[in-house]
Design a protein around this ligand. Structure first.
Ligand code: HEC
Length: 94
């Protein structure tokens, strides 16, 4: 019983701590699809404000993880929107 409680507490703490990348791995196909579609709508809205909206094929997925952090800081975009846009820019690539 005690072990079960400890496991449950650990699982709760761990799930709250997952990084953006780790959370993406835990998402179902349907959730990723939805995020991708939201990102496709938000991408021209946010990313064409200061320069032309750069296409996802221009950079590798790992590069987008870094670029989105920089652009997010410049534009004050909420984390949820940044997550959707980066999913779109990666276009299903890992
Ligand atoms: C608030 C203005 C602003 C917004 C909004 C913005 N950017 Fe940028 N972006 C910049 C500026 C300024 C630079 C060039 C200077 C720098 O890197 O800070 C830049 C540079 C870039 C580069 C060039 C990096 C390189 O090495 O060639 C990419 C790619 C990029 N942005 C992607 C995006 C994407 C994707 C979005 C939407 C999520 C976005 N930007 C939104 C201001 C913005």
């Amino acid at each position: 019983m005690k072990r079960l409680v400890v496991t449950l507490i650990l699982a709760t703490v761990m799930s709250g701590l997952c990084s953006v990348a780790a959370c993406a791995e835990q998402m179902t196909q349907a959730e990723r699809r939805k995020l991708f579609q939201t990102g496709a709508k938000l991408w021209p809205v946010y990313c064409a404000q200061c320069h032309n909206a750069r296409p996802g094929s221009e950079f590798a997925p790992y590069q987008w993880d870094q670029i989105i952090m920089h652009m997010r800081g410049l534009s004050n975009m909420p984390a949820e929107d940044a997550r959707a846009i980066v999913e779109y820019l990666k276009g299903g690539r890992e």
